[in-house]
Design a binder for this molecule. Structure first.
Ligand code: AMP
Length: 475
């Protein structure tokens, strides 16, 4: 049986008991746009029924017509932004999913990726379930509908006891909003308060935008039920395990102004840069970042090394992340659309370029060439995380193992491929010590290949040849 590939990079937002619920959800999704740019949607509840608006596209486009909000009445709403791999990017997969079942209506928004989705799906289909989407999330809905108990909370708990993997979930019914974070706590999820309203968001930056108070993070394995009396109930219905939050959220994915897993992302990234400077110093004239995600680490590197930080690459902010372009040919072009060097600054200089990660290597190669073409005398590439050698099965969209350049190439080979003078990656120990936080056992599967929730690894053959052609000068 073909096992599921990671499909979900997402953000979720929900608000309960506010007269402008759908408007505020729209703003919350705006703040979470970096977590998914392919599609988005909002489902609201007016107390009697649910209302939805969801489409492919960015938040600003999908909700560009203010009349849309008239069709999203009520005092509670949940929303979702999504990025998925090309194969699954179809209209029917846009979240939140909304269904009618024997007890009423329910909508769900999901950030994460289940590892036993295909097995559960096959089992449910054998019992007659008919699936309308290709998303893991629909499996949860079917499981909820399957259980016979009256209580929705019990149904959700029973359903989630069957699923394995990463999930931050927001459920909305006519009268309730329920948030759940998986026992490993892979993805971030926080709780806020805006007047009498409760707010739940993937990242705290969404609370800031709507001026909600950050109350706390939702704990791994915790379920928060917003109740009609204006309170919340906190439940821990799952077997307690050692949480493994995703360290890549700190490296790349989360917004620097967010606080996740108890730590501000900007400060964590700056510390990664400082540690990188200690591990891989170099004589150079200027430190520049690959914007935006490399900026805090570059500032840390500059501070620690004493080499001045400059904005040597200027980003066009009206272009999406190059990584989301589906075809290699477009991605090559995309780097130029997105970034342009400041020639006068780089000419004749020994330049340190900082980026947060190398995935396929295509971006780094283009950037190193771009900096050299701008007149740099030397280009030293420094990466503020260890080599990304293994795919993520818990909700970060990384390609197959064979497409990850570091899974089949040494650091020297990668250095040659990206055409840098030197290349240094932050060590795993350096990453962990910089992020810190006592006894937290982060998930670092993408670097170490050890998966905290078991997943049968697909038998990818590593393909050196994939990169060799380009190394030999063909493009
Ligand atoms: P690549 O050309 O595949 O090596 O892309 C590397 C760039 O992609 C780096 O600048 C990272 O900031 C960025 N990146 C790393 N991981 C991801 C991800 N999961 N989604 C989108 N972009 C990413």
């Amino acid at each position: 049986m073909k096992l599921s590939r990671p499909q979900e990079e997402c953000g979720v937002f929900g608000i309960y008991n506010h007269s402008e619920a759908s408007n505020l959800t729209y703003l919350g999704l705006y703040a979470l746009q970096h977590r998914g740019q392919e599609s988005c949607g909002i489902v609201s509840s007016d107390g009697n029924s649910l209302h939805a608006h969801k489409r492919m596209g960015l938040v600003a486009d999908v909700f560009s017509n203010p009349d849309v909000f008239k069709k999203l009445p009520g005092k509670s709403a949940i929303g979702h932004v999504r990025y998925s791999t090309a194969g699954a990017s179809v209209e029917k997969n846009v979240q939140p999913i909304m269904v009618d079942y024997s007890r009423g209506s329910i909508a769900v928004a999901h950030n994460g990726n289940l590892v036993n989705a295909q097995l559960l799906k096959a089992e449910l289909e054998a019992y007659g379930s008919i699936f309308q989407t290709t998303m893991d999330t629909e499996i949860i809905i079917h499981l909820i509908a399957t259980y016979k108990t009256n209580s929705l909370v019990d149904r959700i708990v029973e359903a989630l006891k069957r699923v394995q993997g990463a999930y931050c979930l927001l459920f909305l019914t006519e009268t309730r909003m329920i948030a759940v974070r998986d026992p490993n706590g892979f993805r971030p999820l926080c709780l806020g308060k805006l007047g009498d309203a409760w707010v739940v968001a993937s990242e705290s930056c969404a609370l800031d935008l709507i001026e909600a108070d950050f109350i706390r993070e939702i704990e791994p394995g915790e379920m928060i039920v917003c109740t009609k009396d204006g309170g919340i109930k906190s439940l821990f219905p799952f077997k307690k395990i050692d949480p493994t939050p995703c360290i890549f959220e700190f490296v790349y994915f989360a917004r620097p102004d967010s606080t996740i897993f108890g730590r501000n992302v900007y400060l964590a990234r700056k510390e990664l840069g400082r540690q990188l400077a200690r591990e891989y110093p170099v004589d150079a004239d200027v430190v520049i970042a690959v914007p935006d995600s490399g900026v805090p680490a570059a500032m840390g590197y500059a501070e620690e090394s004493g080499i001045p930080f400059e904005l040597g690459l200027i980003r066009n902010h009206y272009v999406g992340r190059t990584f989301i372009e589906p075809a290699q040919s477009i991605r090559h072009f995309g780097v130029k659309i997105k970034l342009n060097p400041v020639r006068e600054l780089l000419k004749g200089k020994r330049v340190v370029v900082i980026d947060d990660s190398i995935v396929r290597g295509t971006t780094s190669r283009k950037i190193v060439k771009m900096v050299r073409n701008a007149g740099a005398k030397e280009v030293h590439l420094r990466i503020s995380s260890p080599p990304t050698s293994y795919p993520c099965y818990y909700g970060i969209d990384t390609p197959n193992r064979k497409e990850l350049i570091s899974s089949s190439h040494t650091i020297d080979e990668i250095c040659r491929y990206v055409t840098a003078d030197t290349l240094g990656y932050l060590s795993e120990e350096g990453l962990i010590s910089s992020i810190g936080h006592g006894n937290t056992h982060y998930c670092k599967a993408c670097f170490a290949g050890t998966y905290p929730v078991a997943f049968p690894k697909p038998a990818d053959t590593l393909q050196k040849g994939l990169f060799e052609e380009e190394m030999n000068g063909h493009e």
